[in-house]
Ligand binder design. Structure first.
Ligand code: UDP
Ligand code: MG
Length: 314
């Protein structure tokens, strides 16, 4: 009998835990799937973890771990992949934006021999127009970097144990789960689903947070910005040649006095390009620094299994 682990990152989701556990266990048990629900509490400041513990006591198929602080959704997903015991893992959201009814379809495809089942969004759900345009740009850039169309990809996917083990061998701290499953390859199928509205509460993404997320994920998949620095340099070289010849000709024909404006503009252009280039290189150096420190991606402070033993001690 194969076990399916459902990994659910949760950050300040006290309103959704009970609902998520109920919906998921209802769908999975009525489809005859042996499952475990693995909640990863990403350092929530509300009652999220307490509710996970309550669910775990009620239903032996529910487990949970809790981070010592908020480490972000990526860290929560990877903690889930590490902790999961299943022969396959499904990653889904706690806010029920990914319809649980799709999971049995994913499992069917997995049983047919597919090792990765990607959830593909047919709509992007409700989001601000600025976010939509921004997301399209980001996905076309990152899609280019991984050589796949990522436009409608999501974190909702099923991974076979083989793929989970492969992802668990990655040592990098800054991960981008959505693209890593493409990077890993394996036999892949897709299922389409419609993004629903958030069950309760609101999305925690600010525009600034999204921008940081986009820049970090892009630079963890591509070094194209570094090549851009070389390109700027080459363009400036071409300009230098043209202007250099021009200046020399004027010098030798004796008409080389004015040109103050050109000097100012050139100074600004060159200064600006150098600063931008340094910024880009600096970003990569910072990333190298972060990776080299090799700190763990997350720290687990509680596990529901241990809570049980504490309870029986007293
Ligand atoms: N999440 C998390 N850590 C965070 C932010 C979010 O574990 O720092 C979880 C959150 O609880 C939810 C999922 O990631 O289960 C998606 O978050 P959200 O709904 O806020 O994002 P959106 O659906 O708008 O992309
Ligand atoms: Mg959501």
């Amino acid at each position: 009998m194969s076990l399916l682990s459902v990994i659910i990152p949760a950050y300040n989701e006290e309103k959704n835990i009970v609902l998520a556990a109920a919906r998921l266990s209802e769908v999975l048990s009525s489809a005859g799937i042996t499952y475990e629900l693995l909640f990863v509490d990403d350092g929530s400041r509300d009652r999220t973890y307490a509710l996970i513990c309550e669910e775990a006591q009620k239903n032996p198929c529910v487990r949970g771990v809790s981070f010592s602080r908020n480490f972000g959704k990526e860290a929560a997903i990877f903690a889930g992949l590490r902790e999961a015991k299943g022969d396959a893992c499904v990653v889904t959201d706690c806010d029920m934006q990914f319809p649980p009814e799709v999971i049995p379809q994913m499992v069917d495809l997995w049983k047919q021999g597919y090792e990765v089942v990607e959830g593909k969004k047919t709509t992007r759900g409700t989001e601000r127009a600025s976010h939509g345009a921004f997301a399209r740009l980001f996905y076309s850039l990152i899609g280019h970097a991984v050589g796949m169309d990522m436009q409608s990809s999501s974190d909702f996917k099923l991974l076979d144990r083989k793929v989970v083990d492969a992802l668990n061998t990655l040592t990098e701290r800054d991960t981008f789960f959505r693209a890593l499953s493409f990077w890993a390859g394996f036999r892949t199928a897709t299922v389409e689903f419609e993004v629903l509205d958030r069950a309760n509460g609101q999305s925690k993404w600010s525009f600034r947070g999204l921008l940081k997320y986009a820049v970090n994920n892009l630079t963890s998949f591509t070094t194209a910005p570094l090549r851009l620095v070389t390109l700027i340099g080459m363009l400036l070289m071409v300009g230098t040649l043209v202007l250099g010849v021009h200046t020399l000709v004027r010098y030798f024909t004796g008409t080389a006095v004015e040109g103050f404006t050109t000097v100012i503009l050139l100074l600004l252009l060159i200064g600006g390009s150098i600063m931008i280039s340094l910024g880009i290189i600096g970003h990569y150096v910072a990333r190298i620094y972060d990776e080299v420190k090799n700190r763990p991606r997350y720290l687990i402070s509680h596990r529901t299994e241990e809570e049980d033993s504490h309870a029986s001690d007293t």
